[in-house]
Structure formats: C-alpha cells, structure tokens
Design a protein around this ligand. Structure first.
Ligand code: MN
Length: 231
C-alpha cells in the first residue's frame, strides 16, 4: 500500500501509570448534562440527551504532571472552559444495555470541552451546526486516563475547575442528568461505539471565559488532574 502523502499520525492519550498509550478513535460529547448548567444555558434540563462530536485530532493530550499549552483559538472573543468527566471506551458495541455498559469502559479522565461560545451562540441563533464553536484545533484538552479498576467509585466523585487558583466549577458527578451507563446506551443506539472512543459527559454550572495566560486546573476525585495554560 502506498499513499500520495503520509497518513496522519495516530492521536493518542497517556494512561496513568502505564507506558502504553490509548489510541483515539472518535470524540463524542454530551450537551448540557447537569441541571444547573442546562438552566444557565436557557433549557429546562428535561430534554433528551444532545450529542455532538469533535475531530479526534482536536485532542490536546497532557502528560501526568505536565501543563498543556492551548493556543487561544482564532475568530473568538469568548473562549469558555467546560470541565468534564471523560469516559474512555475499551470495548465497542451497538445497542449496549445500560446494565452492561460499564464493561465497555477502559477508564476515565478529566477533560475540558473548550468552546468558542460567541460562535456557538451565533450558530444556535441561526439553527445551524455548532462545529465551529466546538470542533476547532486544540478544543479537547485531556489528562491521563486512569483505568476503571484504579479510578474508584466514579459515581461518588466530584469534579472541579480552578482558573488562576480561583474555583469556577465544582459538582458531584451524581448530579449528571444522564449517568455514564445511560450515555453509553443512548450513544450506542445512534453510533457503533469502538475501542478508542472518548466521551465527554457534559459540564456542571459555572462555565465562563478564559484569556491568554490563564492557568486552568481541572480535577476529579480518583483521577489524574489536568493543567492547561492558554497561550
Ligand atoms: Mn460540554
């Protein structure tokens, strides 16, 4: 097999405590999955789940103990942080029953669903797709993936984000409208899930802007933290 130019490199994420890396297939995201955030975005929180995707190469993987550098993206004047639990799929499938869904999970990480909010809002007004607001380069910073067995009881965990040392977001994961098994069941009815898929599971309330030079520190109980500086 020969190609007319070199194929793109495999996108991958670090795994906590392992030399092997997690090769990334797709990046799925869940829209408004915490009641308080749904309400701050003008919805009731009772709607069925909303899914969207980011390109796999929008991933900005950050090594354990490192600080990622996210270039401030073009076209926006309102870059928002959204801290999220990220599910890493290890075994694929279709129409997965929620009772068996956790068997498909390899592990969990903390991620940031970075959003060009002004562009997303403009597209919403026009009833047009959000890609330009969500799927830009470096739009998905991700910390190391902790294998499920070492992540502890994720259902009892709390997720948080600090910007320049100030807390902006904090919530128990139990406040998610759609649980991880329910998300996997819904997603796998619409797409065939594959090993290497990442699922950003939605953000709690408190989203807001970051500027060049800001340091974002995302954390979740039982998982490796994620540090990213906007550059
Ligand atoms: Mn989000």
């Amino acid at each position: 097999m020969s190609y007319i130019f070199a194929p793109p490199p495999v996108v991958s994420a670090p795994i906590a405590g392992a030399a092997e890396r997690f090769p990334v297939h797709r990046i799925y995201c869940v829209g408004s999955n915490y009641l308080a955030h749904a309400q701050e975005m003008g919805r009731s929180g009772r709607e069925p789940p909303v899914f969207f995707l980011k390109p796999a190469d929008a991933l900005l993987p950050v090594e354990a103990g490192g600080t990622g550098a996210m270039p401030y993206p073009s076209l926006t004047h309102n870059l928002h942080h959204e801290v999220e639990l990220v599910v890493a799929i290890g075994a694929g499938g279709r129409d997965i029953d929620s009772a068996l869904a956790l068997e498909h999970v390899f592990g969990y990480a903390v991620g940031l669903d970075m959003t060009r909010r002004d562009l997303q809002s403009e597209m919403k007004k026009r009833s047009a797709p959000w890609c330009i607001g969500k799927g830009f380069d470096h739009a998905a910073p991700l910390g190391p993936i902790t294998p499920s067995a070492r992540a502890g009881a994720i259902g009892a965990a709390e997720i948080a984000l600090r910007v320049n040392g100030q807390e902006r977001q904090r919530s128990p994961l139990s406040q998610m409208i759609w649980s991880v098994p329910e998300i996997i069941a819904h997603l796998s009815a619409a797409w065939t899930l594959c090993p290497g898929d990442l699922i950003f599971t939605g953000t709690p309330a408190g989203v807001g802007p970051v500027e060049r030079g800001d340091l974002m520190e995302a954390s979740c109980t039982g998982l490796e933290p994620l540090r990213v500086r906007v550059s």
